[in-house]
Design a protein around this ligand. Structure first.
Ligand code: IVH
Length: 738
């Protein structure tokens, strides 16, 4: 029996043993003192959880109360990581296991249950970074089940309580994201709030508005002419990251040698809690609706879960596309299994199925506990987990110099593909799990996609094995590695490190950036290794012989690559901005910077005030200014400008036929916020009148076009004897045409 089968088997066994078995085991512990375990599945716990097992932590001679308190503290610790930091340390299965153990113990020892136990809380995602908003109706979670037996028991319980055995259930996917409540008032989107503690949550409206499929207004007209718009409706759903987008983001990171994101849910949660909506827009989040809170007037509420799905569609909102409707326990179980079989082809992350009673009038008969309704149940799918041998830990150098340790293991088949590597994230992660070369490790696909090392089978550890010692030198350039205080990341601080250079060039040439065909990782590695390319600009001075082309076929390939490099001189400005890799500047910000500043040299001269005036956040503005203030970056950019890049503006498209020539040959500098014109419009007007916009203010500058917040540049202009115009004067000159 392999580990996966054992896990499946133990799920059933666990349920059947139930609380009684746990109680028995626990009493054994109590009477025997040290050495016994609380959890009947303790032998599996170390592998289910990368951190020390539940059993390991709560065994010993402690009093029951102390043990439960520790377990509670442990759950609270993981809640904090999961809900607030979006960076869990243990798998969902391991976390659920902790909670189930505590639930069982609380049932046996209600006296020790205490107030505010995590077993009856919903978690809490409030970060303190957003305004809080109180939900009109509480936002509940779901009761979870892990086995066929539990699911059938749920169906039987409801049939018994409602005295019917033909109850209609709707089966939905359990989307693996984070819960959101979106309020529409008279059909207009007014607010989006996270679950928070169920009572109040973070108001993340600005971020949620960046989701393209989310209509700001509900559609009112349908074919049958009936589509009521409530005065107020709190629609409940899930924000998630589509799998294709998750893969795109990770592909981008891997190309740049950065640690891939480990889980689409954590990434979605982390993204939604970013303070800058522009950064949120960089990652294309999605939303789906499956429930509601407040609905006024109440008389217009749907009468069934199926009717809700129809209503969501009629309003033009993203709804659950795949549902099943079942009448018997057999049908229910078959539908849940069918979802499990099919889900690998779905475009969104799923970690289970949700079974909901269809009839809303039955919901009120059943009510809810303090954290979940009694008419719904989640069924969580087990992740496939395989044991394999860790052969080596290699280090990957990223474009910013951060080193990522990678586990290289004996190939295994996991989730339909052959896998032999998985990121180990950072030094702390290896130490925390005490992962040693030669160990047997457990590998799972986090969120069904990214292979992740989730634990070590310490029972199979080789005698004499040693903890992994993180190297002190960069594997690529031998420089001594550095670790900043409180930073998990270990860095190679050598800016000339060939591995970093390769990663920077890979990002620069990638199709998201300069899109240079033929300049892939292998070609770049060869050029760097042979010292032909030391910076981005060197690419533009390459000759066919630099490609070490040994035969005519390779020479033709080299010529094609050179032609692609040459074409990229005319790449749109945003591609250059994105390609050089400024921190905090992703695709959306690059496009906006290009739109606002029009040319690379203009952007280079922008100061913090200019960037803030152009509506960038202080953090982005600081990152951009810091990038250009760095001497070596400034040299790189100057070389790129000299190679002919960064001149073509997305506005002017490079070549504009002047409408007049009143500013022919004249250089303008724009600064501050103009009262009516955007920077882009002002640049367009200057170009159309034969002038050009430059970044640097010199004696040769014709005019400084200055808006509000242009203090420093005004002073420089005065010192250089450059005249200053405000917007009205500028527009006046344009009209006078002289
Ligand atoms: S219904 C009152 N339906 O799973 C019932 N929840 O682990 C509220 N989830 O808190 C939830 N897919 O964030 C519902 N089809 C679905 C869901 C779903 C994902 C999430 C939701 C919930 C969590 C419970």
């Amino acid at each position: 029996m392999n580990f996966f089968q054992r896990t499946q088997f133990s799920r059933e066994a666990k349920y059947l043993r139930g609380v009684a078995a746990l109680a028995a085991t626990f009493f054994l512990v109590s009477s025997e003192g040290a050495g016994a375990v609380v959890d009947a599945n303790a032998t599996e716990a170390p592998s289910a959880a990368p951190s020390p097992s539940v059993a390991g932590r709560i065994k010993g001679g402690d009093e029951t109360e102390t043990r439960m308190a520790r377990l509670r503290a442990e759950i609270a610790h993981h809640d904090e990581l999961y809900y607030r930091k979006a960076a869990p340390e243990i798998t969902d299965a391991a976390y659920d296991e902790l909670k189930r153990t505590l639930v069982a113990l609380e049932e046996i020892h209600p006296a020790y249950a205490g107030n505010g136990s995590p077993t009856d809380s919903l978690g809490d995602d409030r970060t303190g970074k957003f305004p809080l908003y109180r939900h009109r109706e509480r936002m509940l979670s779901l009761e979870k089940s892990y086995s066929e037996v539990e699911l059938r028991a749920f169906q039987a319980r409801l049939a018994h309580q409602l005295h019917r055995d033909d109850l209609l259930f709707v089966i939905e996917p359990k989307f693996d994201g984070l819960a959101i409540s979106v309020t529409y008032e008279k059909g207009r989107l007014v607010r989006a709030v996270t679950r928070g503690n169920g009572i109040e949550g973070d108001d993340v409206t600005a971020n949620v508005r960046t989701i393209p499929e989310l209509p700001l207004e509900l559609k009112t007209v349908t074919a049958d002419g009936r589509n009521p718009i409530p005065d107020i409706v709190e629609l409940r759903g899930e924000i998630y990251l589509p799998l294709a987008e998750f893969e795109r983001l990770n592909h981008e990171r891997e190309a740049a040698g950065e640690t891939p994101f480990s889980h689409p849910r954590n990434l979605a949660a982390g993204t939604l809690k970013l303070l800058d909506p522009r950064e949120v827009a960089e990652r294309k989040l999605a939303v789906v609706f499956y429930g509601w809170g407040a609905w006024e007037p109440r008389a217009t509420q749907p009468i069934s879960q199926r009717a809700l799905h129809e209503q969501i569609r009629a309003w033009g909102l993203p709804g659950v596309e795949r549902i099943a409707v079942t009448r018997t326990a057999d049908e229910m179980w078959a539908a849940v299994q069918a979802f499990d079989r099919d889900r690998s082809s779905w475009s969104f992350p799923v970690d289970g199925a949700v079974v909901k009673l269809d009839s809303v009038s039955d919901w009120s008969k059943l009510g809810a506990s303090d954290h979940a309704p009694r008419w719904a149940m989640a069924y969580k799918y087990a992740a496939e987990r395989v044991e394999t041998r860790l052969l080596a830990i290699t280090l990957q150098v990223g474009r910013t110099g951060v080193l990522t340790p990678v586990a290289e293991f004996a190939p295994i088949s996991l989730g339909g593909s052959i896998v032999m590597r998985a990121t180990l994230h950072n030094r702390a992660e290896i130490a925390r799990n005490d992962i040693r070369i030669g160990d047997f490790i457990f590998v799972e696909k986090a969120g069904e996609i990214v292979p992740a090392v989730v634990g070590v089978n310490t029972a199979r550890r080789m005698p004499g094995s040693q903890p992994f010692v993180f190297p002190v030198n960069c594997p690529a350039c031998e420089s001594v590695l550095t670790a900043e205080q409180d930073e998990a990341a270990i860095r190679c601080a050598n800016p000339d490190c060939p591995a970093q250079l390769q990663r920077r060039l890979q990002h620069f040439a990638s199709n998201e950036a300069m899109d240079i065909e033929g300049l892939g990782p292998a070609a770049i590695a060869s050029l760097v290794e042979r010292g032909r390319v030391k910076s981005f600009a060197d690419l533009y001075h390459l000759k066919p012989e630099d490609f070490a082309a040994s035969d005519s076929g390779k020479l033709r390939t080299a010529q094609r690559t050179l032609a692609a490099i040459d074409r990229s001189r005319h790449a749109e400005l945003w591609r250059v901005i994105y390609g050089v890799g400024i921190s905090r500047v992703g695709l959306v910000t690059s496009r906006e910077l290009a739109r606002q500043f029009g040319r690379l040299d203009v952007l280079m001269e922008a100061d913090i005030d200019d960037l803030i005036a152009a509506n960038f956040t202080a953090a982005t503005a600081a990152a951009v200014v810091a990038y250009f203030a760095d001497h070596s970056n400034a040299t790189v950019i100057a070389d790129l400008l000299a190679a002919g890049l960064g001149h073509s503006s997305t506005l002017a498209g490079g070549a504009v036929t002047p409408r007049s020539s009143i500013f022919a040959g004249k250089a303008f500098v724009i600064t501050g916020v103009l009262p009516h014109l955007s920077r882009a419009q002002a640049t367009g007007e200057i170009t159309a009148a034969g002038g050009r916009v430059v970044g640097k203010l010199t004696r040769k500058t014709y005019v400084l076009l200055a808006g509000e917040g242009s203090g420093k540049k005004r002073e420089t202009a005065a010192a250089l004897g450059v005249s200053v115009m405000n917007e009205a004067e500028f527009l006046g000159r344009l009209q006078s045409k002289e």
